[in-house]
Write a protein that binds this ligand. Structure first.
Ligand code: SF4
Length: 345
């Protein structure tokens, strides 16, 4: 082992395979990795038959963000979440909005970042008045070791932990995290295998399995986001399938965020999502029975607000990431007393 490699953090969730290979069990790619090679995410390396994280002490982003930015709208609304990332991802989305930090490791092996310890991260979260730590901007599953150490420590200090994720982690990975993971926003990017394969180099089914598992087998608060890409995932039929899946396989109380797309990275021959498409998706979500549907990346529209799904009363008024007013009383609508699902509303 070379000197620099001696300080690497041993990975979690893998098993030895024949000929000094290892099998990573963190995400649904389930890479079998040869000696001295890395997995598809390029940030987990097999050294002498042992799997290591290459990013544990390389934090590339750290900001106190409004929790609404994740987005989580039904989880400690109006609070700040100390948001961190390391470089790397297990997806290769052509339209990635954070490609500078998520794709550099895959494209050219670049892994930049500062050696910030879990203790320092938790301390910074408290100092900045945050009520949670968010593992976000890139895919947290591929830096699970840092999330785990930080998450456990955060819990001891009374902070919550949040993932913003593509939902490609294995069931083993969710079970590994569920003692300290309190909330998650999962991207359900589309409802077709072709879309996931062509545009993300991944598969749809594991994401559906993750969503169902989180909703039905854990106490982790779940919200879902779909980035609406014109001509790719915005047909009535596909949107209906997404909404019906959330209602039947997760829960009608799971908030669905429909987000406006802007051309990015390799996906530049497109226009931003027209407002009419977003509004059509909103109506499809409500008609399917979802209680809470939101439009994202379009500050100022009415559908950023939370409404009581029974009587229609405006409950939380928003402008972008800012809460203008929260009328919820003891987690209930003040007019008709309907329970509003969420965490510390
Ligand atoms: S986390 Fe990385 S190494 Fe592990 S299975 Fe996923 S892509 Fe492969």
């Amino acid at each position: 082992m070379e000197t620099e490699e001696k300080s690497l953090k041993k990975a979690v969730l893998w098993e030895p395979d024949k000929d000094k290979k290892v099998r990573c069990k963190l995400c649904s790619h389930r890479c079998v990795i040869d000696e001295r090679k890395v997995g598809r995410c390029n940030v987990r390396k097999n050294i002498d038959g042992v799997l290591y994280s290459l990013t544990y002490d390389k934090v590339c982003s750290a900001n106190p963000d409004p929790i609404e930015k994740k987005p989580l709208f039904h989880f400690q609304p109006g609070t700040r979440s100390f948001s961190i990332a390391t470089m790397g991802c297990n997806f290769q989305c052509d339209f990635c909005q954070n490609w500078q930090i998520s794709q550099a490791a895959i494209e050219n092996g670049q892994i930049d970042g500062e050696p910030i310890t879990p203790e320092q991260i938790v301390e910074a979260a408290v100092r900045n008045g945050c009520k949670s730590i968010a593992y976000t901007y890139t895919e947290p599953t591929v830096f699970m070791e840092l999330c785990n150490d930080c998450g456990r420590l955060a819990k001891e200090k009374g902070l919550k932990n949040i993932f913003v994720s593509n939902g490609y982690q294995t069931i083993e990975a969710i079970d590994f995290a569920k003692d300290w993971l309190d909330g998650i926003n999962v991207d359900l990017k589309a409802f077709s295998e072709d879309y996931y394969k062509r545009l993300c180099k991944a598969r749809l089914q594991p994401v559906l399995d993750t969503i169902s598992y989180i909703a039905n087998q854990t106490n982790i608060w779940l919200e879902i986001t779909t980035l609406l890409v014109p001509g790719e995932n915005d047909s009535d039929d596909e949107l209906k399938k997404i909404a019906e899946f959330i209602v039947t396989k997760a829960n009608p109380d799971v908030p669905w965020h429909i987000s406006r797309f802007y051309p990015q990275y390799k996906y530049l021959d497109s226009v931003p999502t027209p407002l009419e498409s977003l509004e059509r998706a909103y109506d499809i979500g409500r008609a399917a029975g979802l209680h809470y549907v939101y439009l994202g990346n379009v500050p100022g529209v009415k559908s950023e607000n939370t409404f009581c799904y029974k009587c229609g009363r405006t409950l939380i008024e928003r402008m972008g990431y800012k809460i203008l007013a929260n009328h919820i009383k003891k987690s209930c609508c003040p007019d008709c007393n309907t329970k509003i699902a969420g965490f510390e509303l």
